[in-house]
Design a protein around this ligand. Structure first.
Ligand code: PLP
Length: 392
């Protein structure tokens, strides 16, 4: 079978890949900054950033050389030994995190960062109850999925004790708290759920509620982290500190990595958790370079500025098909009165890659290093495409 000839990449992937992804007809072979190339040499302005991963751009030169240098020195080092690169990354990560964050557990993905958060919260609180939000997304492994509102039906029974409440509704959240509630899990901007920023009063209210009732607050910053929303982390926008925060996506310039940051009040001990690849020196070297680029080039500020630019341009030219536009920095959701998919296809044909977030929302998550003229071109193409009559 493997000797079989395939006419193209798409046919080959379709033949061998276990189908879980809704695919787009595009073979991406190369990237630089916010530009991607397909196998035919066509260029695209990338407003997906690998789903909010390439915040410092594709093939960022600092990240590339950090990976090259580290690969020649040491690629793997399990958590049972100490490692120089890992130690440096942890210090750097805690250095940019909210003041109360003191410890980091490193893994390889967002869902793993959530698994760790859920386990650490249970160890600390001694309780099995969690409350999270409707439309929330925290990952696809069974623990993270238990805290996720969608994608769960065929996989139940999941971990018991997870309750769901409407987002941005403090009263309903307060009413859902029971004696068994150990932690509340929230995104500060719901990503997959349609790009929905939390209200400031809501987030502050949740923090206060947690403090009063001795409940842990876990914020999932897997998509909002690393400059995306105009601050290094969205909790800085909301001016609150969680007890546990989860990170992944933009953390290591495209290398797989997840991190669970914990305040002083979170307890653990040797043997309670672990990961073979977690904190491997190659990903750590990439993450150090990524954080340095984010800080040195002030990319969180740039995200705020470019986000503002989009808001102004879009406000004056809002096509009739648009129901709502929601945004925090360079995390942008445009809700349509109709399905978004045909518009995403048309955008791709005109050289702009964007994402869905549910059936009617177009989501833009460009690299924070996107050139200003590229970004304006992407905005104008979007407005142009959304102004067209689409016959489904
Ligand atoms: C992507 C995402 C996850 C899951 O991350 P994976 O790396 O795909 O496991 C969890 N939470 C949020 C908010 C995300 O955006």
């Amino acid at each position: 079978m493997s000797e079989q000839q395939f006419t193209d990449v798409i046919a080959k992937e379709q033949h061998f890949a276990f189908e879980v992804y809704p695919k787009r007809d595009l073979v991406i072979t190369k990237g630089s900054g916010a530009t991607l190339w397909d196998d035919k040499g066509n260029r695209y302005i990338d407003c997906t950033a690998g789903i909010g991963v390439a915040n410092v751009g594709h093939a960022n030169p600092s990240v590339v050389s950090a990976i090259q240098e580290q690969a020649e020195k040491l690629i793997t080092c399990p958590g049972i030994f100490y490692n120089d690169t890992r130690a440096d990354l942890m210090q750097k990560l805690i250095g940019i995190a909210p003041n109360n964050m003191q410890k980091a557990f490193l893994s390889n993905s967002g869902t793993e960062a959530m698994e760790a958060a859920i386990k650490f919260a249970r160890l600390t609180s001694g309780k099995n109850g969690f409350i999270s939000a409707m439309r929330g997304f925290h990952g696809r492994s069974m623990g993270a999925l238990s805290a996720t509102f969608k994608y769960r039906n065929e996989f139940e029974p999941l971990i018991p004790g997870h309750a769901f409440v409407p987002y941005n509704n403090l009263e309903k959240l307060a009413a859902a708290i029971t004696e068994d509630t150990g932690a509340i899990i929230l995104e500060l901007v719901q990503g997959e759920g349609g790009v929905r920023p939390a209200n400031k009063e809501y987030v502050r209210g949740v923090r206060k509620l947690c403090d009063e009732q001795g409940i842990l607050l876990i914020t999932d910053e897997i998509q909002t982290g690393f400059g995306r929303t105009g601050h290094m982390f969205a909790c800085q926008t909301y001016d609150i500190s969680p007890d546990i925060m989860t990170l992944a996506k933009g953390i290591a310039g495209g290398m797989p990595m997840g991190a669970t940051l914990c305040g002083e009040n979170i307890v653990s001990a040797a043997g309670k958790h672990g990961s073979t690849f977690g904190g491997n020196p190659l990903a750590c070297a990439a993450a150090i370079a990524t954080i340095d680029v984010l800080v040195d080039q002030q990319l969180p500020d740039r995200a705020a500025k470019l986000g503002q630019l989009f808001a102004e341009r879009f406000k004056h030219n809002t096509p009739g098909v648009v129901r709502d536009m929601r945004q925090l920095g360079l995390m942008i959701g445009i809700e349509l009165k109709t399905k978004s998919r045909p518009y995403l296809e048309l955008l791709m044909q005109r050289g702009v890659l964007a994402l869905p977030a549910g059936p009617t929302v177009i989501r833009l998550l460009p690299p924070l290093v996107i050139e200003e003229d590229q970004w304006l071109k992407a905005c104008d193409t979007l407005i142009e495409v959304l102004s067209e009559e689409i016959v489904a």
